[in-house]
Write a protein of this length. Structure first.
Length: 152
């Protein structure tokens, strides 16, 4: 079975070089690679969370390290939500209009704008009890380039 595997590092490394990351892939040769689920997304899409490992160990096995899942899409891997239309959403933080794709954990019609994400990350950098970390931004608002801060 042929497979493209991507790794998006989601947090800081420890003194041993280990980091949390998301590993995701689409079976390009697997039995389900051409099938679509009821929601129209590829059935062969898989993802796994790794909480503490050395990402380079997986690179030696053929994985590609990318900044975000959107970065993998630019390399030829299509995130399932990339097939969804880009639409006008309301920012759930500042109520301004923004363009993006609906994230499954947000009320319909709501998303997040790039300035609000910057504000949350900056606040978290100053005081970890405030704002949101990169990992919580992904969990709460989706993936940059896929769900928010999207380009046509």
């Amino acid at each position: 079975m042929k497979r493209k595997v991507y790794i998006a590092i989601t947090g800081p490394r420890d003194e041993a070089g280990r980091a949390p990351f998301t590993m995701f892939w689409l079976d390009t040769d697997g039995p389900w690679h051409t099938e679509q689920g009821a929601d129209g997304k590829p059935v062969g899409y898989r993802r796994a969370q790794c909480f503490r490992a050395v990402p380079e160990d997986y690179v030696a096995l053929g994985a590609v390290v990318v900044d975000t899942e959107a970065g993998a899409e630019r390399l030829g891997h299509a995130h399932p939500d990339m097939s969804e239309p880009i639409c006008v959403l309301r920012c759930c933080c500042c109520d301004e209009r923004t363009r993006g794709r609906q994230w499954r954990d947000r009320d319909t019609g709501y998303g997040i704008c790039k300035p609000c994400v910057k504000w949350m990350r900056d606040a978290h950098a100053v005081d970890p009890k405030r704002g949101e970390s990169d990992d919580s931004v992904r969990r709460l608002f989706g993936i940059e380039g896929v769900h928010w801060n999207v380009e046509e």
